[in-house]
Design a protein around this ligand. Structure first.
Ligand SMILES: Cc1cc2nc3c(=O)[nH]c(=O)nc-3n(C[C@H](O)[C@H](O)[C@H](O)COP(=O)(O)O)c2cc1C
Length: 538
């Protein structure tokens, strides 16, 4: 008898937990001089150089949280270039001694960047109709499939994401599938912020099955990947530009791709795979969304939150802020975060018709347990921030009976922040996050608790969605931290069940799926920062 997809997903999740007495299965040795190529290229494709013009957009970051959208930019080669430059492009090169590596606008576990992006274009001036792969190294589009002359009205623009699991598995072994999903969540959220800066919104096409998405993005074209690492289809997001965008039926796009002229072959990222992690293919297959999957979810209802979030006083332009987002590698362990900044960072985590929540058209399924170390006006301790009414009830039912659930603010529309236990927990937080000092030296760190059992019994393909939601939460925190003059870091390495034990979680109703930490960064001045595209002219 074969195992059901839900059984496989549960088995994978359990097996890839880091434990205090041993990490999830991963490589025993790494050849750092022989890392996989960070850039996927489709050799033999026609390339379109994109202009580097996002810096010209005079949109303050603070404007993105206003309820009324910005005036929509027309869809053109230039605005497509801006969209990608603000979300997925290189943000800098770093150099230390002889080592040199690039960073991107979207973060990635281990800076390995397993997420690839594709753009489906119809009726966009100066761009031939077709499917393009985005190549961030040179900020180029590679034409993978030229569509036949379309009868479908344009302009229409969609962005598809896929993952090269091997890039992440090279370093992290079996746990890598989780990190790939976090990265998709970060990338989709980064795209949503960039789209909002252009006055656009995203519409996720969750009804598209994995097989159909693979066909649309050409990932099932085995002959184009001979000897090269394959890509797994994740998600398609259509761009909504005011009332004018055409949203062609997905069947029409699939028909154009089926009749189009394909070109290019994927480059080999790593010629010798020293290890194999077959469980990643198994869990990816178990999470495949059926082509007939239309399982609707009810949209989120705002909970205790006013429509207008707290607005940042940050004066920086959105493109500049996106580009300067970085992960902190160390924190000033004496710095205190202001109450205003703290409230604003957390307030942004509640779904509203604002970026990045257009990527998640479902009620929140991820809630926060916070280790507050140094925040003005809050005694250090363990806190909870449920992101929905039902989340509050679930947390209260599942967590330790001795937690006292003291609401930190009585007003009706105050943040639903609850103190569970006053305690100094810097060392505990660091220990739970794989002994990483960044979780204890920050102003606060947190564990994201997903409604695991309910989500999986609904549909196992919602397993990646939990990580996408966590990635979106992480992306908000990264950007809000920068806006407050602080810095954040996503934390994928933590001891799963040790976190659960601390919180009193004795079953899998809630599971910790991602950690994050935020504070005043200490910058390593030995590392030199170089521009992202110094060899290119705008
Ligand atoms: C899903 C995810 C997990 C991460 N886990 C860790 C971690 O456990 N420890 C850490 O120091 N950094 C972690 N990071 C930060 C990455 O190392 C960082 O994003 C990457 O090096 C790129 O640097 P940048 O964010 O400054 O662009 C994580 C980032 C992501 C997106």
């Amino acid at each position: 008898m074969t195992d059901s997809p839900e059984t496989i997903v549960r088995y994978y999740h359990h097996r890839t937990k880091h434990r205090l007495d041993g990490y999830a299965r991963g490589p025993e040795t790494l050849d750092w001089d022989d890392q996989p190529d960070p850039f996927r290229r489709y050799c033999g494709t026609h390339r379109v150089m994109l202009p580097l013009v996002a810096a010209d957009l005079p949109v303050p970051f603070s404007r993105l949280t206003a309820p009324e959208p910005l005036p929509a930019h027309p869809v053109s080669l230039t605005s497509v270039a801006m969209l990608l430059e603000m979300s997925l492009a290189l943000s800098a090169w770093k150099q230390y001694g002889t080592a040199r590596w690039s960073l991107r606008v979207n973060p990635s576990s281990g800076n390995l960047h397993p997420t690839e992006a594709f753009v489906v274009v119809l009726g966009v001036p100066d761009l031939r109709d077709g499917l393009y792969h985005y190549a961030p190294e040179q900020h180029q589009l590679e034409l993978r499939c030229a569509f036949p002359t379309a009868t479908v009205r344009g302009p229409s623009l969609s962005v598809g994401f896929s993952s090269v699991h091997w890039r992440e598995a090279w370093k992290y072994g079996e746990r890598a599938f989780r990190y790939c999903q976090h990265d998709v969540g970060h990338a989709a959220a980064a795209l949503s912020y960039a789209a909002a800066t252009l006055g656009w919104r995203l519409q996720p096409q969750y009804q598209l099955g994995s097989r159909a998405l693979g066909q649309l993005l050409g990932l099932d074209r085995e002959a184009d990947y001979v000897g090269a690492e394959g890509e797994h289809p994740d998600l398609l997001l259509t761009i909504r530009v005011g009332e004018d965008t055409a949203t062609p039926a997905l069947s029409a796009l699939l028909d154009l791709a089926a009749r189009g002229q394909w070109q290019g072959r994927a480059n080999v990222l790593d010629p010798k795979h020293l290890y194999a992690w077959p469980i990643i293919d198994e869990v990816a297959a178990a999470c495949a969304r059926s082509d007939r999957a239309t399982a609707a979810v009810s949209p989120p209802t705002p909970w205790h939150r006013p429509l207008q979030p707290l607005v940042t006083g940050c004066k920086d332009s959105a493109p500049a802020l996106f580009r300067r987002r970085r992960s902190a590698q160390a924190f000033d362990s004496s710095a205190v975060m202001s109450q205003t900044d703290f409230q604003r960072c957390l307030d942004q985590l509640f779904p509203r018709p604002l970026p990045p929540w257009d990527t998640q058209p479902w009620p929140p399924r991820v809630h926060l347990a916070l280790f507050i170390h140094r925040v003005e006006g809050l005694p250090p301790g363990l806190y909870a921030l449920p992101r929905s009414e039902s989340g509050l009830q679930t947390m209260q039912r599942q967590m330790r009976a001795e937690f006292h659930w003291r609401k930190m603010n009585a007003e009706a529309d105050a943040l639903p922040l609850y103190q569970l236990l006053p305690a100094r927990a810097q060392r505990t937080a660091a220990k739970l996050s794989c002994l990483q000092a960044i979780a204890g030296d920050s102003c606060f760190s947190l564990a994201m608790l997903a409604e695991f059992d309910d989500t999986l019994s609904d549909h196992p393909w919602r397993y990646p969605e939990l990580f996408w939601e966590a990635g979106a939460i992480g992306q908000v925190l990264y950007l809000e931290a920068e806006a407050a003059g602080l810095r954040g870091t996503g934390i994928g390495c933590y001891f799963d069940d040790a976190v659960h034990d601390l919180l009193g979680l004795q079953n899998s109703v809630l599971q910790s799926i991602y950690h994050f930490t935020l504070g005043v960064p200490l910058v390593d001045h030995r590392i030199t920062t170089l521009p992202a595209y110094s060899t290119r002219r705008a």
